[in-house]
Design a protein around this ligand. Structure first.
Ligand code: UFG
Length: 318
């Protein structure tokens, strides 16, 4: 959300950010953005009434797969119910242009890779199910109420954009965790399983640079059409294994990155790779930074500049 805001501001747009900072960082709010602090469904009506809004980029969500399994109610409320409030408020104020952060988790365990948008959607956890429910909600509002919408199904977003990067209270993602090892904040990285049906036995993911992801939001916003809901995958079409990512971080940082084998993490598919050819053909999206060395380089520059502030989130839990 913060990188999209920064890029929209650079492109000359006025941006209003709504955030309750339950997981977001105040430092990541661009200084040129207007900030409305509060829970989305409580402040959306007033924000749309007073801020002259003509388009919405909806990234507000809970997004931890494990937490969604143990506390599904949090996901149905924060993701689905809140999004319904947002769509109703947009309808009431005749704001039609929407870009929604959807996810690869809507597909579940794929039958074939790379995953096309036409693949079956069979989420394996409430997080993915909640995002899929919102996609369905958006489709029905587009055809019945003239919403102009795009859902972008992110694969593994990584990298950083200048001073905006990954700095969460609870970190579960591979690249920021390995970088915490390089920074000396963690002793080692755990490799969750080496017996997958992949070349080196570790799980393969499709990493996309957050700056390229932001570009896709702008292309979608500029081309949305009333009554249409488009769905696009966003990835690189290339997969990297956990071992390959660790090797890249060793090369970029010069740190040995001790690694230890651990059991598989429940619910992790072996391989997730996106076909992004639909958005490339239809919107001309051409990622500029989505290669593993650039992603790791940019994430590392961000993380090491953060230094001791790396764990400054008020809700940080080691
Ligand atoms: N991994 C490790 N060790 C760690 C952390 C992760 O080996 O300490 C592995 C995971 O098992 C997985 C890979 O690294 O195989 C990537 O894991 P991440 O947690 O970084 O990302 P995921 O692929 O699990 O999750 C991403 C998004 C989710 C989304 C999901 C869709 O971050 O929001 O893809 O399947 F739901």
């Amino acid at each position: 959300g913060s990188v999209c805001s920064a890029v929209l501001i650079e492109a000359g747009h006025n941006v209003t950010i709504i955030d309750d900072f339950s997981t977001g960082n105040r430092d990541a709010v661009p200084s040129a953005a207007h900030l409305v602090e509060g829970e989305l469904s409580q402040v959306i009506e007033e924000t749309l009434s007073t801020h002259n809004i003509n388009a919405v980029v909806h990234c507000a969500a809970r997004s931890l797969v494990g937490e969604s399994v143990s506390h599904p109610e949090l996901y149905w409320h924060a993701n689905v119910v809140t999004s319904l409030h947002l769509l109703d408020a947009m309808r009431a104020h005749d704001v039609r242009n929407l870009v929604f952060s959807s996810t690869a988790a809507t597909y579940g365990e794929p039958d074939a890779v790379p995953i096309l948008e036409s693949a079956a959607t069979a989420p394996t956890n409430p997080y993915g199910a909640s995002k899929l429910a919102i996609d369905h909600m958006i489709s029905s509002y587009a055809s019945a109420h003239g919403l102009a919408a795009t859902s972008l199904r992110y694969f593994n977003v990584a990298g950083a954009y200048g001073t905006i990067g990954e700095n969460r209270a609870v970190e579960t993602h591979l690249i920021p965790l390995i970088l915490q090892v390089a920074l000396g904040h963690r002793e080692k990285i755990m490799i969750f399983g080496d017996d997958y049906a992949t070349a080196d036995g570790t799980a393969v993911r499709d990493y996309i640079h957050v700056r390229d992801l932001a570009e896709a939001h702008i292309l979608a916003l500029e081309s949305n059409k009333v009554g249409s809901h488009r769905i696009y995958n966003l990835g690189s079409g290339d997969g990297y294994s956990v071992q390959q990512v660790i090797s890249q971080v060793r090369e970029t940082t010069g740190h040995p990155i001790p690694a230890e084998l651990a059991p598989r993490r429940e619910g992790d598919p072996a391989t997730l790779i996106a076909s992004s050819s639909k958005i490339s053909h239809e919107l001309g999206w051409t990622p500029q930074r989505t290669d593993l060395p650039t992603i790791v380089h940019d994430a590392w520059e961000f993380t090491r500049n953060l230094g001791p502030a790396a764990h400054s989130h008020p809700n940080y839990r080691p």
